[in-house]
Design a protein around this ligand. Sequence first.
Ligand code: ASP
Length: 336
Amino acid sequence: MKKLLLTIIIFLTSLSLFAQSKKIAIVIHGGAGVIKRENMTPEKDKAYREKLDEALNAGYSILENGGTSEEAVISAIMILENSPLFNAGKGAVLTHNEECELDASIMFGKNLNAGAVAGVKTVKNPILAAQAVMHNSKHVMLSGKGADTFAEEQNLELVEANYFITERRHKSLLKAKELEQSQGYIERGNDEGNNNFKYGTVGAVALDQSGNIVAGTSTGGMTNKKYGRVGDSPIIGAGTYANNNTCGISCTGHGEYFIRLGVAKDVSDQMKYQNKSIEEASEHTIQDQLTEIGGTGGLVGLDKDGNIVMEFNTPGMFRGYKKTKETTVVKIYKGE
Ligand code: ASP
């Protein structure tokens, strides 16, 4: 009798552990900013939604088939990097010197392993370079020429620097320079109406069947940025963070503010030290802390139970998530 009871308990425990570890989810963003319905054509609106949908489905199907959260994040981010719609990879914004300098990072929540690149100019998919730094180097971040050289040594696909440049981003740069001349430095977020600093950084966070959380972010940074400027996206703890015990977070917004607050880790820390839920922690970080110091932007994230957050203080954020086969949620504007 005792033996039977023990067998039943073991069976039920393993059943519930199995059910728990089966929870999968992916959440992505494609940048936050002055993104308003009235400034968007129906065609553009549709194109953005379709790309976000494609990225979510690619990531989700990997998770569903037993793939890892790392594979899901990489696949979703690569789709967005390869699309000229977003400010990452092809279609990245231009620096003051009319170049693209790309930043990316990735973090593995199981062992806090992480990799990042800053200011790469020739790597087709910077997120792959960040992943290679995580796995194949002793370092967490490589920057500039050295990061490009490392990517080449890793046999990653390289492209001519002008592969990333699009007409639209070039026009935005010219407009930004014009505004800078006439009005001085333009604070991002105050660019109401003309969208010249339009965002489009991309990021993804996924939870796989083994309960591992991975977060990644990729960006061209900010239009008209100074040579060598590094934003929050490649900085672990600022733009990206993942810890299986708390959450995974990917940010987008005015990087300087995200760095000062250490936004991504701030959310995780509130969960760890104050027992807050991911919803409470994200809301506090974005709506109170970030807003108080004048920063604009947002974040997406998920916790170990697959609870999703998509928090921002701008008029819009390209975003979406998928937790079940049947539904894919994609949103752009505030209040949607
Ligand atoms: N956070 C990025 C940066 O400051 C830009 C963005 O998310 O749009 O480089």
